[in-house]
Design a protein around this ligand. Structure first.
Ligand code: ADE
Length: 242
């Protein structure tokens, strides 16, 4: 997979893509990530990328010119046509299912906004999708791009080293992950559940499934509703087909 990121602050993203799982995935050739500074596409001597909003009002708006030029330049650098994603609080909420979908694509182009927002023509002409990482406003799209890259890369085959790990993540099966423990068995009197030490694989799997369900019911009952409607939908689909 190739991911291009257009940003006014590549220095925010740079250390992230060189570290940890994403850094290793880059080194292993599982993903190629390239950062491009939108300011390099400004055309005046002050390298201006934003301007006052027509109609008045506070703040500055990112201008079309540098963003369009940057997108066109970066798109032409590689043969695969990218899916262009604008990071904005107005976008579709990022979920595990959406990440899984995006992780199957050959090429992504992420556009990070700053200031008070984008000229609307960036949204309407350049974005195939708009994604939000939550109902709050960040100072810029960079932290959102980092979140998106992290969630996508950990789903790419080989990125985690051991293939089962991503499948066990919270949300992978629509439920929260079960509790995990490591040594020591007894930490300040807080003892690891006996079943995990039993070596009885079936009992361990059953315990984990039960814990996962219990935790989801307590903390995120909305996920169970979502899962139930998904099951109902697929049952309906199957009935229609029969
Ligand atoms: N840019 C600013 N806030 C954002 C959010 N919540 N998600 C994605 N991009 C953003």
């Amino acid at each position: 997979m190739r991911i291009d990121v257009l940003t006014l602050f590549p220095e925010i993203i740079e250390p992230f893509i060189g570290s940890s799982i994403v850094g290793r995935a880059c080194d292993a050739g599982i993903v190629t990530i390239r950062l491009t500074n939108i300011r390099d596409f400004a055309t005046d001597k002050h390298r201006t990328v934003d301007d006052r909003p027509f109609g008045g009002g506070p703040g500055m708006v990112m201008m079309c010119g540098p963003v369009f030029d940057a997108v066109e330049h970066v798109t032409a650098k590689h043969k695969a046509t990218p899916v262009r994603i604008l990071l904005t609080p107005q976008g579709e909420p990022l979920t595990h299912d959406r990440v899984r979908q995006l992780a199957r694509l050959e090429r992504l182009l992420l556009i990070c906004g700053h200031y008070e927002g984008f000229d609307e023509r960036i949204r309407t002409n350049l974005a195939d999708r708009e994604i939000s990482i939550g109902d709050y406003v960040l100072s810029g799209g960079e932290p959102a791009a980092i979140v998106l890259i992290d969630t996508i890369v950990r789903m790419l085959p080989g990125a985690l080293g051991h293939e089962e790990a991503a499948a066990n993540d919270s949300f992978a099966n629509g439920l929260l992950e079960c509790p995990q423990y490591t040594r020591p068995r007894d930490f300040r009197g807080d003892v690891v559940p006996e079943v995990l030490l039993s070596g009885h694989h079936e009992a361990i799997a059953e315990w984990r499934a039960r814990q996962s369900m219990k935790r989801t019911r307590a903390r995120r009952p909305d996920l169970l509703d979502t899962q139930k409607s998904r099951e109902d939908e697929s049952r309906e689909e199957n009935t229609k087909r029969e």
